[in-house]
Ligand binder design. Structure first.
Ligand SMILES: Cc1cc2nc3c(=O)[nH]c(=O)nc-3n(C[C@H](O)[C@H](O)[C@H](O)COP(=O)(O)OP(=O)(O)OC[C@H]3O[C@@H](n4cnc5c(N)ncnc54)[C@H](O)[C@@H]3O)c2cc1C
Length: 507
């Protein structure tokens, strides 16, 4: 019999599985889809030879996440590539403030706000890896945060309640620099004027300046394959095409999972679910084992906005007007705070954004293995309403054209380079991976009401659930979205701890 069953093979599920297997447990991962990796994979979605990341594409936590560091993935062949600039923010004003790991280069692109950028970069340098360690630690352990020191903690405390736009207005003088942090906050569902929206954008800016928005050689799937190598080395097993329907509970303990085919797969010590919190609490666990209050709270668990994602096969690199953007890993299209505010209002009102804010990835510029010679890949997403009253199908092509037009505005000639494109509306993303509910890429909202002690529901913010031996290990748990493996690593640590404690109690 297996010691642990892990439901789902996203990065969190796989990290949890390896952590348990390396501790000597027999581990089996059950994955619903015919391929592993969840939102961490790559496929030829446009034309043969063009490798596109299906979801996550840039990895600011790659080198600093304690979960990844313990896996030593570079020793099983994982290699990284970086751009000259990490994040470029061009606008119609012709200016392009850009984050780079080279402070002088970045400061130059911030122009009049160069010194303000230097202040941020020095702050990042002072914290180094301690920032990621603090962000990814399990709650309520505040020791990693305390290691940041009083000065750094005070700076975060001052930024904490601010909106992204408010913080940017205090820090920067130019409109161009002011679009950077609110643009980064919009990676999740945090609009420029949202209460406590600044920290996420600020942290992404600091991480970009520190570890950068690097890409793995061969595509995001190389990370998944490297973790799978570690799993195999530790004796763990991955079983594809196996969707788990429910968890079998006896004497308030999770003892097995039941698959969609009706098979019962027993687990001696633990079941870890790399699934959305509502899927675990409302579908997989029997009603009788979850109190009415917890079920009620999980019913109001909110997902973030939908995601509209595109891939392009291009004949040559995007001819951005801004030279910084031509050498950047990620380019953000968002003209100004006002533009980002209008975008947010439209997305929240359920309307298709008129001028879509875009996160654009230029992976093949950094990693030539992604495209054939004389070709380039491009990847982008916009946040959108999860659902449209008359469905997504009839709007997909039109909205994709709107995205093309937005890029064309910043890079005249772009459209003439397109050899192929692939379009994924929110419902396509959810079909690919049922955790991407309504196309949300974050496993749940990133609003303060859905973070920390409230993620996914109080008092179950430490991976444990009302049922013994059953743990939530997906991005619906703390610290939330992103490829850092921390949800899986921390949940596995909780399972190991509880199992040892049970063993001691049994004598
Ligand atoms: C378009 C997009 C862009 C993104 N960009 C970035 C980025 O650049 N950088 C970054 O760090 N993050 C990014 N993210 C977010 C990141 O990908 C996620 O936060 C991360 O993948 C979450 O990992 P996870 O293991 O919790 O779940 P997932 O990656 O969602 O994997 C969950 C897995 O569980 C499986 N599963 C679900 N239910 C069942 C079931 N009942 N039975 C069996 N299997 C099941 C699914 O099929 C899936 O394989 C992006 C996401 C998307 C969608």
């Amino acid at each position: 019999m297996d010691d642990a069953i892990v439901i789902g093979s996203g990065p969190n599920g796989l990290v949890a599985a390896v952590t348990l297997a390396q501790a000597g447990w027999r581990v089996r991962v059950l994955e619903a889809q015919p391929r592993p990796g969840g939102a961490l994979y790559s496929l030829e979605t446009t034309l043969p030879g063009f490798i596109h990341d299906v979801g996550a594409a840039f990895f600011p936590f790659a080198h600093f996440s304690p979960a990844f560091r313990q896996l030593r993935l570079d020793e099983v062949g994982l290699q990284w590539r970086a751009g000259v600039y990490e994040s470029a923010h061009p606008g119609p004003d012709g200016v392009c403030p850009s984050i780079a790991r080279d402070v002088d280069l970045a400061a130059k692109s911030f122009g009049t706000d160069g010194d303000a950028w230097r202040w941020l970069a020095n702050w990042q340098a002072d914290m180094g890896p301690r920032l990621a360690e603090a962000l990814l630690a399990p709650l309520p352990d505040i020791r990693p945060a305390l290691k940041l020191g009083f000065r750094n903690l005070s700076r975060f405390a001052l930024a904490g309640p601010r909106s992204a736009a408010g913080y940017a207005r205090v820090l920067f003088r130019t409109e161009a620099a002011r679009r950077v942090i609110p643009g980064l906050s919009l990676h999740v569902d945090l609009g420029p004027d949202d209460f406590a929206g600044a920290p996420l954008g600020l942290v992404l800016a600091l991480l970009a300046a520190g570890s950068g928005f690097q890409v793995p050689v061969g595509g995001a799937r190389s990370i998944t394959h490297a973790i799978l190598t570690r799993l195999e080395q530790a004796g763990g097993i991955l079983q594809l095409n196996t969707r788990v329907k429910e968890i079998v509970v006896r004497k308030n303990r999770g003892v097995a999972v039941r698959t969609e085919n009706g098979d019962e797969v027993p687990a001696r010590r633990a079941i870890l679910a790399d699934v959305g919190a509502p899927a675990l609490y409302l579908r997989m666990l029997p009603d009788s084992h979850v109190s009415g209050w917890v079920r009620q709270s999980i019913r109001s668990f909110r997902y973030g906005w939908g995601t509209f994602k595109m891939d392009w096969a291009l004949a040559s690199p995007v001819p951005w007007r801004a030279p910084e953007a031509r050498q950047a890993a990620v380019v953000h299209a968002g003209d100004s705070i006002d533009d980002l505010v209008s975008f947010t209002i439209e997305a929240r009102a359920g309307r298709l954004p008129t001028n879509p804010y875009l996160v654009i990835g230029q992976q093949s510029l950094l990693d030539a293995t992604r495209a054939p010679t004389n070709g380039q890949t491009l990847w982008a997403y916009s946040r959108v309403p999860s659902f449209l009253p008359d469905g997504w199908d009839r709007h997909k092509e039109m909205f994709a054209d709107r995205i093309d037009a937005r890029i064309e505005g910043l890079a005249p000639g772009f459209r003439s380079l397109i050899r192929g494109r692939a379009i994924f509306a929110p419902d396509d993303l959810e079909r690919m991976n049922e955790n991407l509910v309504g196309g949300d890429l974050g496993g749940g909202s990133a609003q303060l009401s859905h973070l920390l002690f409230w993620r996914p529901v109080f008092p179950y913010f430490r991976y444990r659930t009302p049922v013994k031996s059953v743990y939530l290990c997906s991005a619906s748990a703390n610290p939330g979205a992103g490829v850092h493996g921390a949800c899986g690593f921390n949940a596995a640590q909780a399972a190991l701890h509880d199992s040892t404690a049970r063993g001691l109690a049994l004598g």
